[in-house]
Design a protein around this ligand. Structure first.
Ligand code: ATP
Ligand code: MG
Length: 472
């Protein structure tokens, strides 16, 4: 599967790459602005400088580098990119990992509750919240509290601004007190009874474990999906004179997370914040298609709305296909055959959910003799020649493809509450914009008439071509 090619950094990127002063650094910018590309060039620069310094001073210790991603697919992708970018040197100790895997190497072998177990423990505790049909929302709220506050500071939840959680449903003080007083302690007990910890405990334990290894250079990609406790764990494992880069775009956040830099003990002085403004990935038409999805969402310092004026390439008008799922695929694959070079280009079929949702896509590809690979949660980037990848939207975070197909965009797979500012709706809007933002050349969306996701209604009809396939 094709991956990013080497590019010539622009002035705005060179400024970041040339800055090798130790300390923290934050790279912001919209999807496709070259954040990951720039951070990897920084990595090359920093590693080269540090290896030379090590040799000059005759130091014994290797140069220790940590590159962290949130999910496995991005880890596979970044590993592939990083391999070409750093020198092959025995004095370089390079770890590229998901946060979870890295934290486990620090904390040791310990049973972690799977999502199902976590949900089974929380469900009975959230009964009274569930009466309003809000069980999942409050389960996310618990994850938000656990992730944002250090265990000893959870009371801060009563008074802070609940940013990152939408405006609806409202969680006023009595509800917050109820969560802190009744739900969290019972949940802790439940974990103890079962001899389990959860993913947040893993982050807290990793933060509290004495560093065995401290890193010289760290890069954290897609930091908006990390919890505060995960960031705290990273910052506790740094050399005094470290270079740590956080890449962030809050507009692409798809998990119930939020933190301020101050909350993770980082002083975000203007000189450590770099904002990338160009969009090198998308065409103007693709960016214009995505904009209404995120336009008007709460602005955050670390979030950047896509801007079609920041794109320098024009391209095909996005396609929206209305018809049965099999017909959507048929129209999309026909179109793709006309516009794609299957030898040199990459294509992703993305779905909001995994599992059975892909089986029809697999059949359609097989019947046309199109080879494909699966990317969801894969640790290694596929080395084969397949041009087409199947992937969940979540796992496509941070990746890019020439063509992106999003069939089956139904309300069933994008459920949310009825009000503007609903937390799930805001998250889904960011998620679909992020999915569209994976595309370099063309993007296609499909839905069954009458069952379409309400997200489709947010799109601006003047930015896409609509094809309706009549069911015979
Ligand atoms: N200086 C440049 N010249 C030309 N293309 C570039 C340049 N910098 C980055 N690109 C290209 O822009 C695209 C997006 O880069 P990258 O994946 O680094 O963006 P990103 O900001 O990390 O996006 P995301 O938020 O989606 O992760 C890639 O195709 C990359 O090769
Ligand atoms: Mg990136």
């Amino acid at each position: 599967m094709r991956i990013l090619s080497d590019v010539e950094p622009t002035d705005e990127q060179l400024k970041i790459i040339g800055d090798i002063k130790p300390g923290y650094r934050i790279i912001r910018g919209a999807a496709g602005s070259g954040k990951t590309t720039t951070a990897l060039r920084c990595l090359r620069e920093l590693v080269t400088v540090r290896l030379k310094r090590r040799q000059r001073h005759g130091h014994e210790a290797p140069v220790r580098v940590l590159v962290l991603t949130f999910n496995r697919t991005l880890k596979g992708y970044i590993s592939e990119l990083a391999r070409n970018c750093v020198p092959n040197d025995d004095a370089l100790d390079l770890t590229i990992s998901t946060f979870a895997r890295w934290a486990r190497t620090i904390v040791g072998d310990i049973d972690i509750a799977g999502r199902d177990q976590e949900s089974a423990m929380l469900r009975p505790l959230l009964q009274s919240f569930a009466t309003a049909g809000k069980h999942d929302f409050f389960a996310d709220e618990v994850a938000y509290i656990l992730g944002r506050f250090a265990p000893e500071n959870r009371a801060e939840y009563l008074t802070v601004r609940r940013q990152g959680r939408g405006l609806s449903p409202r969680v006023d003080r009595p509800l917050r007190e109820q969560l802190l007083r009744d739900v969290l302690p019972a949940y802790e007990q439940s974990k103890i009874k079962r001899g389990l910890i959860d993913w947040n405990d893993l982050a807290v334990l990793a933060a509290d474990t004495q560093p065995g290894v401290s890193y010289d250079v760290v890069i954290v990609d897609e930091t908006q999906d990390f919890s505060a406790n995960q960031v705290r764990a990273v910052t506790r494992h740094l050399q005094d004179s470290h270079n740590t880069t956080f890449i962030i775009d809050a507009m692409q956040r798809i998990y119930p997370r939020y933190f301020t830099w101050r909350e993770v003990d980082i002083t975000a002085r203007p000189e450590i914040i770099h904002t990338l403004r160009e969009n090198y990935r998308n065409t103007e038409s693709i960016a214009a298609f995505a904009i209404p999805l995120v336009d008007g969402l709460p602005a955050e310092d670390d979030g950047t709305v896509p801007d079609f004026t920041a794109c320098s390439r024009s391209g095909a008008t996005p396609l929206v296909v209305e018809g049965r799922y099999s017909h959507q695929l048929q129209v999309m694959l026909d179109r793709l055959t006309q516009i794609t070079d299957f030898w040199t280009e990459s294509i992703a079929i993305l779905q909001p959910r995994g599992g059975g949702w892909f089986s029809e896509a697999r059949k359609a590809l097989q019947s046309r003799g199109i080879a494909f690979c699966e990317l969801t949660r894969e640790n290694e980037w596929p080395a084969g020649p397949e041009a087409v990848a199947l992937c969940t939207i979540h796992s496509a975070k941070g990746l890019e493809f020439d063509h992106v197909l999003l069939p089956g965009l139904s309300q069933e797979v994008t459920p949310h509450g009825p009000e503007d500012g609903d937390a799930d709706l805001d998250r889904l809007r960011r998620m679909l914009a992020m999915a569209i933002g994976r595309a370099r050349k063309s993007v296609m969306i499909g839905y069954k008439p009458g069952e379409e996701s309400s997200l489709v209604g947010l799109l601006n009809p003047s930015t896409y071509e609509l094809v309706k396939v009549q069911t015979p």
